[in-house]
Ligand binder design. Structure first.
Ligand SMILES: NC(=O)c1ccc[n+]([C@@H]2O[C@H](COP(=O)([O-])OP(=O)(O)OC[C@H]3O[C@@H](n4cnc5c(N)ncnc54)[C@H](OP(=O)(O)O)[C@@H]3O)[C@@H](O)[C@H]2O)c1
Length: 270
């Protein structure tokens, strides 16, 4: 049996991830602040015959992140999948928002994603297998009025892009999940079906399917997928160009660390 660590598993999309991974036979480590919510998710997971640890931690704090990092880096209890799902959306108007709340959002949505991934990757790379799912948002593409939430999710998208480009050949996969509005209970969703409102279970299914296919970006729902597909077209060309440039650099030895003593190449006349 392999193990997945899911952040933000006390409710919402994280609980749906936990349920699906438990049904797939994965043991779980469940992280969030609300211990009672985590225990509910863990009890539901155990009904599928897997083990579920509860790790109550506030990922906006160094101590909370350290607890999750230690668990991820434990060589005796390897974690094969990290789901960076915990996220907060501070909807206050930027100039009126409490600076501490904005910083806490950055620490949860960005710092925790970075530090947990940093803790998980070395073991995954050493074992030659593993996967990381980073939950971003369609908001990361939207230049709509708002505060800092969208920019935290834009960071998650850019971070995953860079990491995914750095991991080929390691056996480790990374994907950014980029959903639009979901019926997780966080927002007042209309009762009527709408292509704008996604079913969290379908979002998780799509994400795991795309991860299995080696994709690095998952945008569930035809409406969001067509918009992101158009926005991503030029970036796909940039990624291909970056891959080619990277191969060229390696071929010409330019990946060697820069040396201050090495003389600059001198172009001589034929
Ligand atoms: N719902 C949407 O429409 C939507 C759309 C696009 C993207 N997303 C993203 O999807 C993810 C899940 O969203 P959701 O709708 O399921 O949200 P949710 O119902 O509000 O759940 C958020 C989860 O994150 C955890 N969390 C928040 N702050 C935390 C902290 N400081 N430390 C540890 N855990 C923390 C919460 O647990 P505790 O409160 O127990 O700590 C909870 O389990 C988020 O990253 C969100 O930005 C959501």
């Amino acid at each position: 049996m392999s193990t997945a660590l899911v952040t933000g598993a006390s409710r919402g999309l994280g609980a749906v991830f936990a349920d699906r991974l438990a049904r797939d036979g994965m043991d779980l480590v469940l992280v969030a602040r609300d211990r009672a919510g985590l225990e509910r998710t863990a009890a539901a997971a155990r009904r599928h015959g897997v083990s579920a640890e509860v790790l109550a931690a506030d990922l906006s704090t160094p101590a909370g992140r350290a607890a999750a990092e230690d668990r991820l880096a434990d060589p005796y209890r390897p974690v094969e999948m990290l789901v960076n799902n915990a996220g907060v959306e501070n909807s206050d108007v930027f100039v009126e928002a409490d600076l501490h709340d904005l910083q806490s959002q950055i620490d949860t949505n960005i710092t925790a994603v970075m530090s947990l991934t940093h803790a998980a990757l070395p073991g995954m790379i050493a074992r030659g297998s593993g996967s990381v799912i980073n939950v971003a948002s369609f908001a990361g593409y939207l230049p709509a009025p708002g505060s800092t939430y969208a920019s935290t999710k834009a960071w998650v998208l850019a971070f995953t892009d860079t990491m995914a480009a750095s991991l080929p050949g390691t056996g480790v996969g990374m994907i950014a999940l980029c959903p639009g509005r979901m019926r997780t209970g966080k927002h007042d969703a209309p009762a009527a079906p709408s292509p704008l409102w996604l079913d969290p279970a379908a979002v998780v299914d799509q994400c795991l399917r795309d991860l299995g296919r080696g994709r690095t970006l998952c945008t569930p729902g035809w409406l969001y997928r067509s918009v992101v597909g158009a926005l991503e077209a030029p970036r796909r060309s940039m990624r291909a160009a970056a891959r080619l440039a990277g191969r060229g650099r390696a071929k010409h030895g330019a990946d060697a660390p820069p040396s201050t003593t090495r003389p600059a190449p001198v172009r001589t006349a034929a």
